[in-house]
Each structure stands twice: as structure tokens, then as C-alpha cells.
Design a protein around this ligand. Structure first.
Ligand SMILES: [Co+2]
Length: 337
């Protein structure tokens, strides 16, 4: 069983009963003890507060997304507005805003000069973090107004709600997957079998535990911690393959690179994003066209990983629903709008 601990408290050294120190030192120790007790009892609370605040911001962004996303609005404008709002509300993007249309299931973010406009079945995937404590949430918007789109969205949303209903630390991962699968199949659609939810830790979006969207015989219990559950429903075969490069990157190694330009940008990435995914658009804004050259060099040198777009293999439409859930003494959806 996994005990995911999102609030690491500082190790608390035991005081020896013998060798009692002189009074001045004793007083000092007492203060220190008090301080340490404070850290011990408050630090997890503070991290929990940040988790909840990040969730609240994501919930606000969900609402704002529904207000501003209309057919033909440039994706670039949507991404910029939503990411700016995250910052205004006191968070940072935990990854570039994803706006994936139709058969693209995930990992489309606009380029700095993107000309695409909103249409079709549009998935909005939102990441917010506060000091590395993450909220991850997604919704799907139907810009075609078709029955099938609406049903696909309903299937994903209901699968998510049914999964949330059964959540507790003792529930097995395959039972969550089974619930998602059965709900989506009851609508006559397929869940995407090779996309899954995930545990999250500080500055770590995909922290090790995978939450399946199908019954995969994984009997491990979910345990406590912070999790994203994200069912995908599709009219297609139910698998995604790698598509075009997404221009979304993540730092994988800080090793040195000869080019001074690439080094400058690498240093910026290390301090600004750490291990949080970022995109070409953000760096273009800061460094201009030289960022594009540097990103290529850094990827070739093995400093960066570039995510591919994820495309439904039979090129059929995909809907997604996602919330972040804190499983603790109780189960709380942090990103509900
Ligand atoms: Co996620």
C-alpha cells in the first residue's frame, strides 16, 4: 500500500533526557523545541493550504474558460488570457495551457505565432501550481453543437464523477479504472486505454502512481495523497499514438552545453520552471527568435524532453474530463468550479 505524503515535515531530532544543558542553553533549546513543534505541526498544513489554493485557482480558470471560449476565437488568445489569469490569481501555470481539438487528445499548446482558431470538440487542460503544489483539471467544450459531441463529453464527465464517488485510500486502482471503463462503455464509446490519471507531488506532475482508465488488474490501493483522475472518451478505437512535436518541453538534465545562448536559456529554465513543463511560446516572449534555436540545441544535447502531441490512433474524436483530488482524512476535489 502506498502512503503518498504531500507534506514533508522536517525531521525532528529527539532531545536527550540526560546531560541536561545549563539554564541558558536549556531556555534556548526550549525555544527551539517550540519552533520545531511549530514547523512540525504547521508545515503540512501550509502545503495543504497551497494545494487547496491552487485548486481554487484552477476552478476559477475553468469558469473563465467557459466564458471566453467561443467558435473562431484564436487559440493563442485563449491560452494567453487563461495563463495570465492564473498569474493574476496568485498561481503559476503547472504546464502550458493545453487546447487540443477533436482527435488530438492532449498536448496541443499554441505556438507564439499560432493562427489556429477554436472549433470542434475542444479540450482545455489547466495546470496551476503554488510553490510546486499542483492542481490539474480539464474540461471539454463542444463548439459544433452536435449530439455526439455532447454525449462524448457527458460520458467522460460521468466517468470522472463515478470514480470520485468511490474514492478512498483503500480503493484499488483497477476498481477506479473499471468504474471509468464501464461508465464510458455504457454510452457506447471507448475509454482511451493508454492515457491515465496520476499521482502528484511537489514540482512533480506525474509522481509514480498511474490511475488507469480501464480495469487493468492493478490491485494496488490508491492510498493517501494528491491525484489527478482524467478519463478520456472516444468514438474511435481507444488508443493514442504520438503525433507532431508539441513544443511543450520539460527539463530532464542540467548538464552543460557549449553554446552560450543555450546555456543562458537553460539557466532561465532551471530557475523559472524547474521540473514544470513549459513551452516555446513562453520562451519566445522572453528571448525572441533566439529561444527557438536554443530549444533545438537543448533538446539535441539531452537537456530537454519535448512531448509529442497525443492523437487518437483511428483519428476519431476525444473528450476529456479531469479533476484533482486530495485523499487525506477525507476525500476532497480541489478543482471543482
Ligand atoms: Co493530468
Amino acid at each position: 500500500m502506498t502512503e503518498k505524503n504531500y507534506g514533508g515535515s522536517a525531521p525532528f531530532r529527539k532531545q536527550s533526557k540526560e546531560n541536561k544543558p545549563a539554564s541558558k542553553e536549556a531556555a534556548l533549546l526550549k525555544v527551539n523545541k517550540k519552533e520545531r513543534e511549530k514547523i512540525k505541526t504547521q508545515e503540512p498544513e501550509t502545503e495543504k493550504e497551497k494545494i487547496l489554493k491552487a485548486g481554487k485557482i484552477a476552478a476559477e480558470i475553468r469558469k473563465y474558460a467557459k466564458e471566453i471560449i467561443k467558435k473562431e476565437v484564436p487559440l493563442l488568445e485563449i491560452a494567453e488570457k487563461l495563463e495570465t489569469k492564473i498569474t493574476e490569481l496568485g498561481g503559476k501555470p503547472a504546464f502550458p495551457l493545453n487546447l487540443s481539438i477533436n482527435e488530438i487528445a492532449a498536448h496541443y499548446t499554441p505556438l507564439h505565432d499560432d493562427t489556429a482558431r477554436a472549433h470542434g470538440l475542444l479540450k482545455v487542460d489547466i495546470g496551476v501550481h503554488i510553490d510546486g503544489l499542483i492542481a490539474d483539471s480539464a474540461l471539454t467544450i463542444d463548439l459544433e453543437n452536435t449530439e455526439e459531441n455532447k454525449k462524448l463529453i457527458k460520458a467522460a464527465e460521468e466517468a470522472l464523477e463515478n470514480a470520485i464517488k468511490i474514492l478512498n485510500p483503500e480503493v484499488s486502482l483497477n476498481i477506479i479504472g473499471k468504474t471509468i471503463q464501464e461508465t464510458i462503455e455504457s454510452y457506447g464509446f471507448s475509454p482511451i486505454v493508454n492515457l491515465s490519471g496520476h499521482s502528484m507531488e511537489k514540482y512533480d506532475l506525474h509522481a509514480g502512481i498511474t490511475i488507469p482508465n480501464i480495469d487493468n488488474n492493478q490491485e494496488r490501493k490508491i492510498g493517501t495523497g494528491l491525484f489527478a483522475i482524467e478519463p478520456f472518451s472516444t468514438t474511435g478505437g481507444g488508443k493514442v499514438s504520438d503525433g507532431k512535436p508539441s513544443n511543450i518541453y520539460q527539463l530532464v538534465e542540467e548538464k552543460n552545453i557549449r553554446s552560450p545562448l543555450a546555456r543562458e536559456i537553460l539557466n532561465y529554465i532551471i530557475t523559472e520552471y524547474r521540473t514544470v513543463p513549459f513551452c516555446e511560446r513562453w520562451l519566445y516572449k522572453k528571448f525572441g527568435a533566439r529561444a527557438i534555436i536554443a530549444l533545438k540545441q537543448l533538446e539535441e544535447n539531452g537537456n530537454l524532453h519535448q512531448f509529442p502531441q497525443l492523437v487518437e490512433s483511428t483519428k476519431n474524436k476525444v473528450a476529456q474530463a479531469e479533476h484533482t483530488i486530495l485523499i487525506d482524512k477525507e476525500t476532497k476535489v480541489t478543482t471543482r468550479d
